[in-house]
Design a protein around this ligand. Structure first.
Ligand SMILES: Cc1cc2nc3c(=O)[nH]c(=O)nc-3n(C[C@H](O)[C@H](O)[C@H](O)COP(=O)(O)OP(=O)(O)OC[C@H]3O[C@@H](n4cnc5c(N)ncnc54)[C@H](O)[C@@H]3O)c2cc1C
Length: 456
């Protein structure tokens, strides 16, 4: 059994730490701040908000993680009313999934039937190491290739299907879940609304329950969690200048620790810095950043659980993001629960402050009020704001939520993923599965756990 150091106590690092400790390894997690990474708790106006992820999707991946740990599910997942929410497109409101009786229902059913063959294979794609000798992986890849029909981008796939403008706009909007405009997003993201249907969940006690569960699993397996322990350097230790004899972590307080194996659950640009390697070019294309505003309202908003305000013109939106400018109207997600309201504004990944009082932010909030008929968010509500600087502090420079954008040919499962970076050094998290959200984070941990265990 080995001593393993895990860099980063976000959901990826914690998931893998649990799996490795389950196999009997001695595991220490080093976290520069508090455990949870992008998922944490913030307070405003006497209410507590779970910040970061808000939609829990593809729970089969979470259940696979639980099965490998031999745990029962503590989350009590509840379907989120309204699924992915209403998309307020310039061509009319489109609820996803489109319900029976809606004018777009027939078209929606055709779309769902087209992507349905992939549904039974998603779990394999998300949890199986890409391997050309694995029959399950090959079957899943063949079906995916059949559904994609050679289209690499979400835009290409949507445009080729001749959907009505309203449904096409709603699907392009959902492709933004990859952190990229639909022209740059992998085609798979245009299929997700059809694959998800109404299967969008939240734990009964909020998303923070996911973090609580992982922390409890880690404690029960003897994982040592070292919070406020920033790693500042990572070096190979060589015997006779040749053979690897473990890796050495240097911490911010100057202390040093040796581990047999190290797993990075950090953004790859951060890891490169720790290893003294050149960081990827700051001009490399990045996924988007966000400004998340959490409002404690004086009374309930009366809004549905999820409303989505897409950019009205994707070409304008993309040009603005590429130029590092604030788009005139941006992708905006609104999550409502009682007196709590979260507004997530999409912004380019540049390390700059964006205060709630900024004129652009105020204009986006007026748009939310005008489109949803919700409360005036300019006044009277306590607000906590997390912007690009917050996401940059523990993640990718510039605060790109899903890190650097991979080229389209490298997206999806058809290429080798950089799970193993060198002797004794492995990688999980958004660096391996950009744009994946929680299912890819848990799936990536399951894959790396398998690979680290070696051939079975
Ligand atoms: C606003 C927002 C909304 C989202 N919505 C959804 C959603 O609805 N559904 C969904 O599935 N996903 C969503 N996501 C994505 C999801 O939250 C992330 O994919 C996931 O939390 C990433 O986890 P991670 O462990 O890979 O990275 P992180 O959470 O970034 O963890 C990395 C950790 O490493 C630590 N660290 C960094 N440098 C060092 C160092 N030198 N030494 C020690 N520790 C270090 C950081 O402090 C951090 O805790 C959302 C994300 C955001 C920001």
């Amino acid at each position: 059994m080995k001593s393993v150091g895990v860099l980063g106590g976000g959901l990826a690092g914690l998931s893998l730490a649990c799996l490795l400790a389950q196999r009997g390894h001695t595991v220490t997690v080093y976290e520069r701040d508090r455990a949870g990474g992008k998922l944490r708790r913030a307070a405003a106006g006497g209410l507590t908000f779970d910040t970061g992820p808000s939609l829990f999707t593809f729970p089969e991946v979470w259940r696979t993680l639980l099965a490998r740990l031999g745990e029962t599910d503590p989350l009590d997942l509840r379907p989120l009313p309204g699924g992915l929410g209403t998309q307020h497109t310039p061509f009319g409101a489109v609820p996803l999934p489109v319900p029976p009786g809606h004018p777009l229902f027939g078209e929606w059913q055709r779309y769902v039937a087209g992507v349905a063959p992939l549904r039974p294979h998603l779990l394999a794609l998300l949890t199986t190491p890409p391997c050309l000798t694995s029959p399950g992986f090959l079957r899943a890849s063949r079906v995916l290739a059949g559904v994609l029909r050679g289209h690499l981008s979400a835009e290409g796939w949507v445009a080729a299907h001749g959907f009505s403008p309203a449904l096409a706009h709603a699907l392009r909007t959902q492709a933004l879940g990859s952190g990229l405009p639909p022209q740059d997003a992998p085609a798979l993201y245009a299929l997700l609304p059809g694959l998800l249907g109404a299967e969008v969940y939240r734990p009964a006690r909020g998303m923070g329950a996911v973090l609580d569960a992982l922390l409890a699993f880690a404690r029960a397996r003897g994982v040592v969690l070292r919070e406020a322990s920033e790693v500042t350097r990572l070096d190979d230790l060589l015997l006779d200048g040749l053979q690897l004899d473990g890796l050495r972590l240097t911490l911010a307080d100057g202390s040093q620790v040796r581990h047999d194996l190290v797993v990075s659950a950090l953004d790859p640009a951060r890891l490169a810095q720790l290893r003294g390697r050149p960081a990827p070019s700051p001009l490399a294309r990045r996924t988007v950043s966000g400004l998340a505003l959490y409002f404690a309202l004086p009374e309930e908003s009366g809004l549905p659980a999820t409303s989505v305000l897409p950019p009205s013109d994707f070409a304008v939106f993309r040009r603005a993001l590429h130029a590092g400018e604030l788009p005139p109207d941006t992708l905006t997600l609104v999550h409502a629960e009682g007196r709590k309201l979260a507004v997530l504004l999409t912004v380019p990944a540049l390390p700059r402050d964006l205060e709630p009082g900024h004129p652009w932010v105020q204009a986006q909030l007026r748009r939310v009020q005008a489109v949803t008929g919700g409360p005036d968010l300019g006044r009277g509500a306590a607000v906590t704001a997390l912007g690009p600087l917050h996401y940059a502090a523990g993640g990718h420079p510039g605060g790109a939520i899903y890190g650097a954008a991979a080229p389209l040919w490298r997206s999806g499962p058809f290429h080798p993923q950089p799970y193993r970076l060198g002797p004794g050094l492995w990688q999980v998290g958004t660096g391996v599965h950009p744009g994946g959200g929680l299912p890819a984070i848990f799936g990536g941990a399951l894959i790396v756990d398998r690979l680290m265990a070696g051939p079975s």
